[in-house]
Design a protein around this ligand. Structure first.
Ligand SMILES: Nc1nc2c(ncn2[C@@H]2O[C@H](COP(=O)(O)OP(=O)(O)O)[C@@H](O)[C@H]2O)c(=O)[nH]1
Ligand SMILES: [Mg+2]
Length: 366
């Protein structure tokens, strides 16, 4: 995954819908799961019955797989086990569909026991339909052991999955009890926590790296390196924590919601949430993403007044468009502050820091 060198990442073809948004989101997701996408194949309809894509396109993909020595195909849509199997059998490589890709990322990002359990539960849900398909195919005399349906041990069957599900649900209950305790500890820490939220590819990680590297906290405190995704940094000598989250993902199947929420658990403890939006996108996309971001935050019961709206990638917006785009975002009622930045170029970061500083010095918060 992400900790290996890029050259060691799996060589991957991405099959996605042709929209710019769909492709860029899928690329970011693939990248954060450690796949090296060297070719993107787009098709309008990727929900066809046999292979997901049409027969001709599938043959084309097969060619590319063998010519470029591809290891994996990422299919940016949910595939039925039979489709996944058919395509894998045709192309002779593993097919990672959208659900599987998201689950891999969740697993990598799950930091608490609770979120690990949530992700495992979601994985078992994903597996169960595939094990069923495997049994069905085996009865038909097929040998579904390779590629398509995952590398399950032969002895993993439905009963085992059900047993594990029951066990995990029990563990989950006890973890939920512990969570209350964890929250109390967090409050005792007294270190302000800033969490990053927003859609994939908005620039959260870029901003996270910028803030935590530039204003690095070099003291040898236990908090200096919490996890890969939470670091501490200094604002005018005051130590604060910052957490990068996986962020929001579109088209999430309902059974993954709990796992998704738990990968965002840092948001629950955050004093400040930086909601990062990519303003280089079309106004329509921006509006849509902002709207659903606010919906997700409210579903997670996170108060909007904790949020600072960070409009990122301002370097890619023409100056005459900036005003229009900002006017367009008047729907940000309830969000007390808005700041435009470029995380890549470091533009307006002092202003962002100032806003954060004022927030954490607000006696209403502490
Ligand atoms: N032009 C420009 N690109 C940016 C900016 N911030 C991030 N990016 C790019 O946007 C892409 C996604 O950024 P990333 O931080 O991984 O997004 P995340 O998915 O929200 O963590 C990367 O290719 C970044 O280099 C910015 O301010 N300006
Ligand atoms: Mg990121």
């Amino acid at each position: 995954m992400t900790f290996t060198k890029r050259e060691e990442w799996k060589k991957t073809i991405l099959i996605a819908y042709p929209s710019k948004f769909a492709v860029s989101e899928a690329l970011s997701l693939a990248e954060s799961a450690g796949y090296n996408v060297i070719r993107t194949v787009s098709q309008k309809n990727i929900t066809r019955s046999k292979f997901g894509i049409g027969k001709g396109k599938a043959e084309e993909v097969k060619e590319i797989v063998s010519n470029l020595e591809i290891d994996t195909i990422i299919f940016d849509e949910m595939l039925k086990p039979s489709q996944q199997y058919n395509l894998a059998r045709l192309c002779k490589v593993e097919i990672i569909d959208r659900e599987k890709l998201i689950l891999e990322i969740f697993l990598e990002r799950a930091t608490t026991n609770e979120s690990k359990i949530q992700v495992k539960l979601a994985q078992l849900k994903y597996d169960i339909v595939r094990v069923k398909e495997k049994t069905r195919l085996a009865k038909l005399g097929e040998q579904p052991g390779f590629y398509g349906l995952g590398k399950y041990d032969a002895d993993i069957h439905l009963l085992d999955i059900k047993r594990r599900t029951t066990l995990l649900k029990k563990k989950l209950k006890s973890e939920e009890r512990k969570r209350a305790l964890h929250r109390v500890q967090r409050l005792n820490n007294k270190l302000p926590l800033i969490a990053l939220a927003g859609y994939t590819s908005a620039g959260k990680t870029t901003l996270f790296n910028l803030l935590s590297e530039e204003k690095k906290d070099t003291s040898k405190s236990v908090f200096t390196t919490l996890t890969t995704y939470t670091r501490s940094f200094l604002i005018k000598d005051r130590k604060v924590l910052i957490s990068d989250t996986i962020g929001f993902i579109s088209r999430l199947p309902p059974y993954m919601i709990e796992a998704f929420k738990s990968t965002l658990s840092e948001l629950n403890y955050a004093d400040i949430i930086l909601l990062v939006i990519d303003v280089s996108e079309d106004s329509l996309v921006i509006r849509k993403k902002l709207k659903s971001s606010l919906e997700i935050l409210s579903r997670l019961e996170l108060p909007l007044d904790k949020c600072i709206l960070v409009l990122n990638k301002i370097d890619r917006v023409k100056s005459n468009e900036i005003k229009d785009k900002l006017n367009d975002l008047v729907i940000t009622r309830g969000m007390s502050q808005v700041v435009s930045i470029s995380a890549e170029l470091g533009y307006n970061i002092p202003r962002l820091m100032e806003i954060i500083e004022n927030r954490i010095n607000d006696p209403q918060i502490y």
